[in-house]
Design a protein around this ligand. Structure first.
Ligand code: HXC
Length: 257
């Protein structure tokens, strides 16, 4: 039997999804991305799950798209195989995604981390977009998400030189939420996931959606979008529960309804 390319573990309300091609530093071939997206979509439908963590191993989160799979490709091959289309499906995931990154997060690996909503890096993490060194450029969101995350000049430097940055630099640039010792990565990612999972899921979902819109919309349109989502939450049981619990000075119990 062949090993699955992603391993899934569900712990209460959190799904931990581990990329599993360690012999090639988790190089992202099409099959792996397809399996990852299918698992994410399945978790997105699973009412028990509220937050997903994507992680790799100590040496690599992912060292990029699988170069051996692309080396002989023509543009037509990429179009016919819809090489990049699964990546767009990650953006449709409504629940929060946390990337827990140790080791290499390069090229598509860095792009995958940036598809997530929060990034926890271990001290060994290295982020970079080295595609320029192999004759191409980022293709799964690198020029767009990195620029939004770290600003134009730093994105230019990283993408045009292909040099990677340390976890501490990534923290200083605002690319990651925090840096933790390697041995604490899993624990810290899980603690953050559990904290978010304790919040009302529908409010979390609409807040995530609204924050992502902030990167796309004008302020005027973004404020309208936010107002609509705010009002919509007054249709949920969790709004009543949350506010009632405050008034009654007790802890709320959120059900995701
Ligand atoms: C395929 C890869 C790979 C990759 C590593 N491997 N990265 N295979 N695609 N992206 C394989 C190696 O071929 C090798 O297998 C094994 O993993 C271990 O790698 P080494 O190079 O021996 O390890 P090391 O010396 O520690 O160097 C680590 C490294 C280097 C610096 C990360 O592997 C490297 O530069 N990798 C490529 C990084 C890269 O260019 N990423 C961007 C890809 S393009 P064998 O069998 O030879 O031992 C991209 C486009 C995204 O991501 C846009 C579309 C989605």
């Amino acid at each position: 039997m062949t090993e699955p390319l992603v391993l899934v573990e569900k712990l209460d309300h959190v799904a931990r999804i581990q990329l599993n091609r360690p012999h090639v530093l988790n190089a992202l071939n099409m099959q792996l991305i397809r399996q990852l997206v299918e698992v994410l979509e399945e978790c997105d439908q699973d009412e028990q799950i509220r937050v997903m963590i994507i992680t790799g191993n100590e040496k690599a989160f992912a060292a990029g798209a699988d170069i051996k799979e692309m080396v002989d490709a023509s543009p037509v091959d990429l179009m016919v195989k819809r090489y990049l289309s699964d990546w767009l499906r990650i953006r449709q995931i409504s629940k929060p995604l946390i990337a827990a990154v140790s080791g290499f997060a390069l090229g598509g690996g860095c792009e995958l981390a940036m598809c997530c909503d929060l990034i926890i890096a271990s001290e060994s993490a290295r982020f970079g977009q080295p595609e320029i060194n192999i004759g191409v450029m980022p293709g799964a969101g690198g020029t767009q998400r990195l620029t939004r995350a770290v600003g134009k000049v730093k994105a230019m430097e990283m993408i045009l030189t292909g040099k990677s940055i340390t976890a501490q630099e990534a923290l200083d640039y605002g690319l990651v939420n925090r840096v933790v010792p390697v041995e604490d990565l899993d624990k810290e990612a899980l603690a953050l996931a559990q904290e978010i999972a304790s919040k009302p899921p529908l409010a979390v979902r609409l807040a995530k959606q609204s924050i992502l819109k902030a990167l796309d919309l004008s302020l005027e349109d973004g404020l309208h979008f936010e107002q609509n989502n705010f009002c919509m939450l007054f249709a949920t049981e969790d709004q009543r529960e949350g506010m009632q619990a405050f008034v009654e000075k007790r802890k709320p119990t959120f059900r995701g309804r």
